[in-house]
Write a protein that binds this ligand. Structure first.
Ligand code: SAH
Ligand code: SF4
Length: 393
């Protein structure tokens, strides 16, 4: 039922022989009060509640499996779905004074509360450093399951959830219809402002164009992670289908159509994509695009990558800032609770439920090979330039 908007809930009421306003009452219970037990919806006639049940509609269906929490209130919950698989959801309160929050999290109000939800179980894109990608693709998450992730976290949160980021497991633009349905329900029914919703994509161009045509005021985040095709092919394999030049053109179309700035996400991996030369390449790549850069500290999975050292992060940030482009470094949260996407699920699956493994060592090898190919190419370009100079002199 959480995947139905109020006009569809009115249809459910009508189909049960009830007046349409019963559908609105239902919507108020679900999206206004986050009530998921039909028998607690006391102003609905018992007969109607029984009819709803008999028709096979359920308010919510996710079962709690496990959760972890850090002192700053970051919380990660793993839910099991009767449709198959487990889903990770993260709740992050952002405090005006993090120290005070640590000592008395109940005593002060967070500035905002963000929930990070999953749009697929597993992911087919298979980025080299991502724990979700390691387990392959299992299935799409339905719109109602996406909304339920927010509603379930809201029931636990204690504070009103103000922001939702579609940045958990999965590639939202490869599950386009359900993701957009969830966006609309969260905005129109739950009342979360469109500008407080963020969809993060690995760069699925047809999805970006479809989203641009909707002209929504949500935030689009694009996971770039590399400023050249050779490295990006190795880190984000979908780059082979949607290479950087095409991706930039799609992002420009998006900005033109929606008048919204794009967020560029860039996970910093030590010795792989974090040199100042790569920062300069990134600056060049982004020229003429209205985009803000968000540098993300790598949350170590077992893919044999390492997070960049703080000095490297700072030097990278500075190059971008000096170019005049807005840049931020994401505050790292939840490392202790495996809050990187796919991590908790993966940890719990170890030794239990069998999940398809990608070989982390091979992922690393692919990146090393990509870097060698790139330096060879640069070497050739340099030699070519010298030869050219020679010929001219
Ligand atoms: N599939 C979408 C959204 C889910 S991933 C996408 O790729 O954008 C959300 C973000 O988390 C992406 O930017 C992704 O690159 C990043 N991410 C994945 N694994 C990570 C890790 N171990 N540490 C830090 N960020 C990670
Ligand atoms: Fe999929 Fe995003 Fe993870 Fe890449 S980073 S494997 S696109 S979830």
């Amino acid at each position: 039922m959480l995947g139905l908007d109020s006009s569809e809930l009115k249809e459910v009421a009508r189909a049960c022989g009830q007046p349409a306003y019963r559908g609105d009452q239902l919507a108020r219970w679900l999206f206004g009060r986050f009530e998921l037990a039909l028998d607690k919806m006391t102003d609905l006639p018992r007969a109607f509640r029984e009819q709803i049940e008999a028709a096979g509609y359920v308010p919510g269906e996710l079962a709690f499996v496990a959760d972890r929490q850090t002192p700053d209130g970051t919380r990660k919950v793993l839910f099991a779905s009767p449709r198959r698989g487990t889903l990770e959801v993260v709740l992050m309160p952002h405090w005006p004074d993090p120290e005070a929050a640590r000592s008395d999290p109940q005593g002060i109000r967070p500035e905002r509360v963000t929930t990070c939800i999953s749009t697929q179980i597993g992911c087919a894109v298979g980025c080299a450093f991502c724990a979700t990608g390691f387990s392959g693709f299992q299935r799409n998450v339905a719109a109602g399951e996406m909304v339920e992730q927010v509603v379930r976290m809201q029931r636990e949160a204690g504070h009103r959830i103000s922001n939702v980021v579609f940045m958990g497991m999965g590639e939202p633009l490869l599950n386009y219809n359900d993701t957009l349905k969830a966006v609309r329900i969260l905005n129109e029914e739950v009342g979360i402002g469109m500008r407080h919703l963020t969809i993060s994509t690995a760069g699925i161009i047809p999805g970006i164009d479809r989203l641009a045509a909707e002209r929504l005021q949500l935030t689009l985040a694009v996971s770039l992670h590399a400023p050249d095709d050779i490295l990006r092919d190795a880190l984000v394999p979908i780059n082979r289908r949607y290479p950087l030049a095409d991706l930039k053109a799609a992002m420009k179309r998006y900005v033109t159509r929606t008048s919204r700035r794009i967020t560029i996400e860039y996970v910093l991996l030590a010795g792989v994509n974090d040199s100042t030369a790569q920062a300069r390449d990134l600056v060049r790549y982004l020229e003429g695009l209205n985009a803000h850069v968000n540098l993300i500290p790598y949350n170590a999975t077992d893919a044999q990558f390492e997070p960049s050292r703080p000095e490297a992060v700072e030097a990278f940030r500075e190059v971008i800032e000096r170019s005049g482009r807005a840049v931020s470094v994401r505050v790292e949260r939840g490392r202790q609770i495996d809050a990187a996407c796919g991590q908790l699920r993966r940890r719990l699956a170890e030794g239990g439920e069998a999940i398809l493994e990608k070989d982390p060592a091979r992922a690393r090898e692919a990146v090393v090979a990509a870097r060698q190919a790139r330096s060879a190419e640069q070497g050739k370009a340099l030699t070519g330039a010298k030869e050219h100079d020679g010929a001219g002199s």
